[in-house]
Ligand binder design. Structure first.
Ligand SMILES: [Zn+2]
Length: 398
């Protein structure tokens, strides 16, 4: 729709030149830096770096920090990003709530809006209105002008067609075949990028969280379902068919419990949030309709903490299967970093510890001791910051 909307934004205009883009990106990731350091990082000659930094300073995209006099003489001037040179909107649309925020280029949140999705908030029309209102509210709250925003990035549930920017299907929101990018660009007058929520969260960790300065990482989301975002060589890996990351549906148990995908014995049917109450009933030998049945994974965690041996067993089993899944991923891809997020991990360090232990047991010996498995460092804003990271990635890959 607004395919040229990037072109109207000044960061994009400046970064058309590959050398300028490289210098800006290095300053963003590693700054503040001296011109010498920039020359080493980019392989550009110092006079070229000086010309480019002068241009970026004049444009207000970067700034010189005051050089400090020291006993050994004047230190070389450092160059840093001007964090107020542009703002980004990040959106995290989940099954139960919508978080929208505006950040500056250093990921400082300048405005935020959070709203719960009531049971009536289903279907395309309701969700479209809610999204647009929430983004408009955050722009107004930020006190910035619309043309100070570089773009809107959104992590969305369900399967996404990346080339057309459509939600193919998000069954928990009752949405099918929605050209969300095109419609939001038309309504907001800003460039929009969308991603599957786990992929966006993975990108958020790469730019702002536990994955800074890494090239590869896996983000594993453990909530009602099991999601995976894979970053390989600094970009989200989609695979040939666009749906990479269906980690919840790797088969682990032959003829195991029925999964939502129609197969049996998937990781999600053994360890996903929705499956734990079923596994509990199974272990207890009850009919799933029994009135005292726990209805959510959270309830099972509560029962386990209060000493219920069956709940403890179910959770230990889930951690074991998750560990097997994580080890398969690490053995296959030789990754150094796995970041965990989602409702089953937040505030639940003992569960992550159990998963870690099980994963290490199933790792090949060469990887043991070299892999970090950590919770997300971004907290409640992780998904929305992931959305914002989509726009930063677009800026850097211009
Ligand atoms: Zn499945």
């Amino acid at each position: 729709m607004l395919a040229d909307s990037w072109g109207s934004w000044r960061i994009h205009r400046y970064l058309q030149n590959e050398n300028v883009r490289q210098v800006f990106e290095q300053i963003w990731h590693y700054g503040p830096l001296t011109r010498n350091q920039l020359s080493q990082l980019t392989g550009l000659a110092i006079p070229t770096v000086s010309r480019i930094t002068a241009e970026l300073i004049k444009a207000g995209l970067v700034q010189e920090l005051n050089s400090v006099e020291s006993q050994r003489g004047r230190r070389p001037t450092l160059i840093a990003i001007n964090p107020e040179c542009g703002y980004i909107i990040g959106v995290d649309l989940g099954g139960t709530k919508l978080i929208t925020l505006a950040i500056n280029l250093e990921a400082r949140v300048v405005a935020r809006h959070e709203t719960l999705l009531g049971p009536s908030m289903k279907g395309l029309e309701a969700i479209r209105q809610l999204l647009i209102q929430s983004i408009e509210r955050v722009i107004a709250k930020s006190g910035k002008l619309r043309d100070q925003f570089i773009g809107v990035g959104a992590g969305l549930p369900g399967s996404i067609d990346h080339s057309s920017g459509r939600i193919i299907e998000a069954s928990n929101l009752g949405i099918r075949n929605w050209p969300v990018r095109e419609e939001l660009e038309a309504a907001l007058g800003l460039p929009v990028r969308i991603e599957n929520d786990a992929n966006a969260a993975a990108l958020g960790e790469l730019f702002f969280g536990a994955g800074r300065f890494q090239r590869n990482l896996a983000f594993v989301s453990l909530g009602t379902g099991i999601g995976l975002g894979l970053i390989l060589n600094e970009v989200v890996f989609h695979g040939d068919l666009g749906q990479a990351g269906e980690f919840g549906h790797i088969p682990l148990v032959r003829d195991g419990p029925m999964c939502t995908c129609g197969n049996r014995g998937c990781l999600e049917a053994l360890a996903g949030g929705w499956a734990l109450p079923e596994r509990y009933e199974e272990a207890k030998g009850q009919e799933p309709t029994s009135p005292e049945s726990p209805r959510s994974a959270m309830e099972i965690f509560r029962l386990a903490r209060s000493g219920d041996p069956i709940a403890q067993h179910v959770i230990a089993q889930a951690a074991e299967y998750l560990g097997m899944g994580i080890a398969s991923l690490l053995n296959l891809l030789s990754l150094r970093l796995v970041v965990f997020g989602g409702g089953m991990i937040e505030g639940n360090p003992t569960f992550l510890q159990a998963i870690r232990k099980a994963a290490v047991r199933h790792l090949i010996p060469e990887l043991r001791g070299q892999v970090r498995m950590v919770p997300s460092a971004l907290g409640r804003n992780a998904g929305a910051l992931g959305g914002a990271a989509l726009i930063l990635q677009q800026v850097f890959s211009t």
